[in-house]
Design a protein around this ligand. Structure first.
Ligand code: NAD
Length: 275
């Protein structure tokens, strides 16, 4: 891109007004000397339903937007409005970044690459033989993909919505045939803990408006690593408790930074400087 190139980027989702993503993108742009305007577009605030995400994309294209980040609850709904979708985003079944070029919509998912970066940088050398993951929704699908892509050999998926865990396990088993991927019952968690090297929370439990611990942590030992995707607050009850036990921890802030840096790199064509 030339020095006169400028970018207009929006973040479409529900409750995005307090998002940390806009300042992260703008700081990254400043570091690259780019003119970059990143605006949250809150569905509730503009009176739009998540099913109208396609209409918003088309309006944005007409108004000169270069790209959008897409967040809850539009990451899956947006798929049918795109002209092409990256292999990774298709495999995960969700898109969080849409680049508009010549009126065409190109979809990507940087939640997975952002989490892979977080894992490699925030928990270097962590043993990845067997991992227990709680929550297999939008973020969970991306981080499960990232864990397997990062070399996890056995992935145990737990979600109170048991069919969701079973369906994701079946999809991932086709994408990563060399790995063992099992959907397990929520009640089994205490019995599973001694078998795994680390635990990842990809459920919303621990968020400001959803406080608590996502599972019974009485079986956690200092030998476990513990990761969380929740980043509001960064120090969730799980991360705080695990740290007190002496576990290595990875908070959700790392993934939030990783997904933003990767999205910025895709939108501007600049190599992310943390890669
Ligand atoms: P979602 O609603 O799509 O999925 C959440 C899943 O968790 C559901 O399947 C639900 O049944 C399951 N669940 C609920 N309680 C559980 C429990 N106790 N144990 C196991 N599973 C449980 O939500 P989402 O979009 O995947 O978001 C989840 C969290 O991830 C949110 O807090 C969100 O802020 C966070 N997130 C973080 C980043 C980041 O960059 N750090 C990126 C995306 C999402």
């Amino acid at each position: 891109s030339t020095s006169t190139q400028s970018y207009l980027v929006g973040l479409i989702g529900d409750g995005v007004m307090p998002s940390l993503t806009p300042p992260m993108h703008e700081a990254e742009a400043d570091a690259h000397g780019l003119r970059y305007l990143y605006r949250p577009i809150d569905l509730a605030e503009i009176g739009k339903d998540a099913t109208e995400v396609g209409e918003l994309l088309r309006a944005g294209a007409m108004l000169g937007f270069n790209a959008f980040n897409i967040t809850h609850p539009c990451k899956q709904l947006v798929l049918e409005h795109l002209d092409d979708i990256s292999d990774e985003a298709r495999a995960i079944g969700a898109v969080n970044t849409v680049v508009i070029k010549d009126g065409m919509f190109h979809g990507y998912n940087t939640d997975a690459s952002g989490f892979s970066w977080a894992l490699a940088n925030g928990l270097p050398g962590a043993t990845l033989d067997s991992v227990l993951q709680l929550g297999v929704g939008g973020a969970g699908s991306a981080v499960a993909y990232a864990l397997l892509d990062s070399g996890v050999k056995e992935l145990l998926l737990v979600d109170p919505e048991a069919t969701r865990a079973a369906e994701r396990a079946a999809t991932l088993a086709m994408q990563f045939p060399e790995a063992t991927i099992l959907a397990c019952d929520f009640d089994q968690v205490p019995a599973l803990l001694p078998r795994v090297n680390g635990v990842l929370n990809a459920s919303p439990v621990g968020m400001h408006h959803h406080p608590g611990l996502p599972f019974d942590i009485s079986g956690l030992t200092p030998g476990h690593w513990v990761a969380d995707v929740v980043y509001r607050p960064v120090d969730t009850e799980l991360i705080t408790a695990a740290r007190a036990l002496g576990c290595r921890t990875l908070d959700g802030g790392h993934m939030a930074v990783g997904q933003a840096v990767d999205a910025f790199g895709i939108i501007t064509g600049t190599a992310p400087d943390t890669a």
